[in-house]
Design a protein around this ligand. Structure first.
Ligand code: AMP
Length: 228
């Protein structure tokens, strides 16, 4: 049975970190729309050029553009055994489009990582990432940028351009307005689970693994694509 996992949660909940670890452990592709957009910005593609201003403000890129990107990605052969979606869907329209794309595939497992808002702001304002591989430099202080290199690839560290306080508050507002309704969209499904994301990362990882196993059992094998 293919594992089709969605990791939901506000900015700073640890979606990327957890999705990355889980993908590595299970040998599944992690599909992060934020990473794909940042790559497009770096490569100065047409989508990247249009997305940059929107991302810098903390707004959402249009559903149409994002759904096209994901649709194309889910057509690739490497998703046959499953995938982990990080940062998608972010609106109910995206979730509905994903349900249509999932018709005939194994059900979605949906994990919501829950973290209090004050903790999110603290994490985002102190977040340091690699400019080359994009991974989080956990435990590195922003003051150490330029002194410490990325422990995964040796690349240069930086703060994300949208991780400043004004944009963080905008992203959290957008999350509450556009993305939180998704939790209610998915909650009635037997494959939905919430995980406490305020614990240390290794505990979140354990809780996430357990939640995924229990959700998969509840979903069972089958091809309807949507479990409600
Ligand atoms: P993230 O790395 O997931 O925090 O995403 C960074 C930024 O990319 C967001 O603030 C949005 O501007 C944009 N973005 C990423 N994923 C989506 C999505 N599914 N829908 C719309 N915009 C997105």
């Amino acid at each position: 049975m293919g594992l089709h996992l969605i990791v939901l949660g506000p900015p700073g909940a640890g979606k990327g970190t957890q999705a990355e670890r889980f993908a590595r452990e299970r040998g599944l592709p992690k599909i992060s729309t934020g990473d794909m957009l940042r790559e497009a910005v770096k490569a100065q593609t047409e989508i990247g050029l249009r997305a940059k201003a929107i991302m810098d403000r903390g707004d959402l890129v249009s559903d149409e553009v994002i759904i096209d990107i994901v649709k194309e990605r889910l057509d690739r052969a490497d998703v046959r055994k499953g995938f982990i979606l990080d940062g998608f869907p972010r609106t109910v329209a995206q979730a509905e489009a994903l349900d249509r794309l999932m018709e005939g595939r194994d059900p979605l497992v949906v994990i919501d990582i829950v973290v209090p808002e004050t903790e999110l702001v603290r994490r985002l304002t102190s977040r340091v990432v690699c400019n080359d591989c994009g991974r989080n430099a956990e435990g590195v202080d922003p003051n150490d940028i330029g002194i410490v290199a990325c422990r995964f690839c040796g690349g240069q560290l930086k703060q994300r351009s949208d991780d400043n306080e004004t944009v963080i508050l905008e992203r959290l507002m957008v999350y509450h307005r556009d993305t939180q309704p998704l939790v209610e969209y998915y909650r009635p499904r037997s494959t939905f689970r919430a995980v406490d994301g305020s614990q240390p990362p290794h505990r979140v990882a354990a809780a996430l693994n357990a939640a995924i196993e229990s959700a998969r059992q509840a979903g069972g094998a089958g091809g309807s694509g949507v479990v409600r």
